[in-house]
Ligand binder design. Structure first.
Ligand code: MG
Length: 374
């Protein structure tokens, strides 16, 4: 009996050992297949897989993009949003931002913000928030870098100038979209993804971006301009730190660094784990109060804005001139009119794309008699 029992037990153990061995082998094969699969994946596919393992559930995943208006083969290194970011960064409109006004018209001082440095500050703040919330940083960066591409020369004064003369009106966010869709690459456009286009179009306070990454840029734009416009106004002697509303500085801090830090921390704490991007009611109120304060003291300040009337008249004169003589427009804009685009809109496209410096140059060329040089 004992021998029989021992024999059965041995066979059971043998079977169990065989099963375990088989399971281990199956696991090894599965692991090796997985490793082979990963080995076979290109860099972009690995990045897309990483997004699914790391980003939060509310993030915009690169491999779930709604895609482009004209479909293209995928890059083997960069995700679809990284490509959009690079297209914007390499565009001519992006480079022209360096000579476009932020608040102070064509400032001579090297330390004042321009539209380019504003864009970079928006991008930095937005990326910090996106990374902390485990949202898609590449999409955020692409939207941030593209959001002001349609801004006119001479800041909002330029925007108001074109809005008055163009029958359809003029809004810089709509123009930013037109730049990436229609004007860049000599009329071919950048063919960006729907998510980046949506974020660019809806970045203004009144807009409703369709992604959380777009919402981050919308908020980061405001965080950036409120803080750097205060800094530039202090630099320009328009304001002093002591004049800022004490209720705001008491809550946010007494210097740009502290205020930025407080607001960014608040946005992250208020948004983490939720399906939105927001800040606490107290911080929102303090930002609103600071913005109103800037409107009263800086954005409408006769010293800071004394030259705006001239800039506005100059752009409107240019508009009427090019509208009357479209043959003076560069070839690619003439071609757009020949293709049936509205002449007013094309003239707006050309003027909105100018830098402050180039607008003055063109105005002089049109209206200032040149001296005899021979
Ligand atoms: Mg902006």
């Amino acid at each position: 009996m004992i021998r029989l029992w021992q024999g059965r037990k041995f066979r059971q153990e043998e079977r169990l050992a065989g099963t375990l061995q088989w399971q281990a082998m199956a696991q090894m094969m599965e692991n090796s297949c997985r490793e082979k699969e990963v080995e076979l994946m290109n860099v972009r596919e690995k990045l897309e897989a990483w997004e699914h393992s790391y980003l939060c559930e509310y993030a915009s995943f690169s491999d779930r993009s709604k895609g482009r208006m004209v479909s293209e083969p995928m890059c083997d290194v960069r995700t679809i949003y990284q490509r959009d970011r690079d297209r914007i960064l390499h565009s001519k409109s992006f480079r022209r931002l360096k000579q476009k006004t932020q608040v102070f018209l064509s400032p001579e001082g090297d330390h004042y913000r321009t539209r380019l440095t504003h864009t970079l500050e928006v991008s930095q703040t937005a990326r910090t928030i996106a990374r902390a919330l485990r949202l898609n940083e590449d999409l955020t960066e692409a939207i941030a870098l593209g959001h002001d591409l349609g801004h006119t020369p001479f800041g909002h004064a330029g925007e108001r100038a074109l809005n008055e003369v163009c029958a359809r009106g003029f809004k810089h966010n709509e123009q930013s979209l037109r730049v990436v869709d229609r004007l860049e690459k000599k009329g071919k456009g950048l063919n960006l993804t729907m998510e980046v286009r949506d974020g660019i179009l809806h970045h203004k306070t009144t807009g409703t971006p369709g992604t959380l990454e777009g919402k981050i840029v919308q908020l980061a734009d405001k965080i950036a301009y409120i803080n750097h416009d205060i800094d530039d106004a202090i630099r320009g002697g328009i304001l002093s730190e002591k004049e800022l509303p004490s209720a705001c500085t008491g809550l946010l801090g007494n210097c740009t660094r502290d205020r930025l830090n407080t607001i960014v921390h608040d946005v992250i704490a208020s948004s983490e784990g939720t399906d939105t991007v927001t800040c606490s009611p107290e911080i929102r109120q303090a930002m609103t109060d600071l913005r109103s304060f800037l409107f009263e003291t800086v954005y409408t300040n006769p010293v800071a804005k004394g030259e705006e009337g001239k800039a506005k008249r100059m752009l409107q004169e240019l508009f009427h001139y090019y509208h009357a003589y479209p043959e003076l427009l560069p070839e690619e804009f003439m071609f757009m009119i020949e293709q049936g685009e509205d002449r007013e809109m094309v003239v707006c496209d050309y003027i909105a794309g100018m830098t402050d410096h180039y607008a003055v140059l063109k105005f002089r060329e049109m209206f200032e008699p040149s001296s005899w040089k021979r």
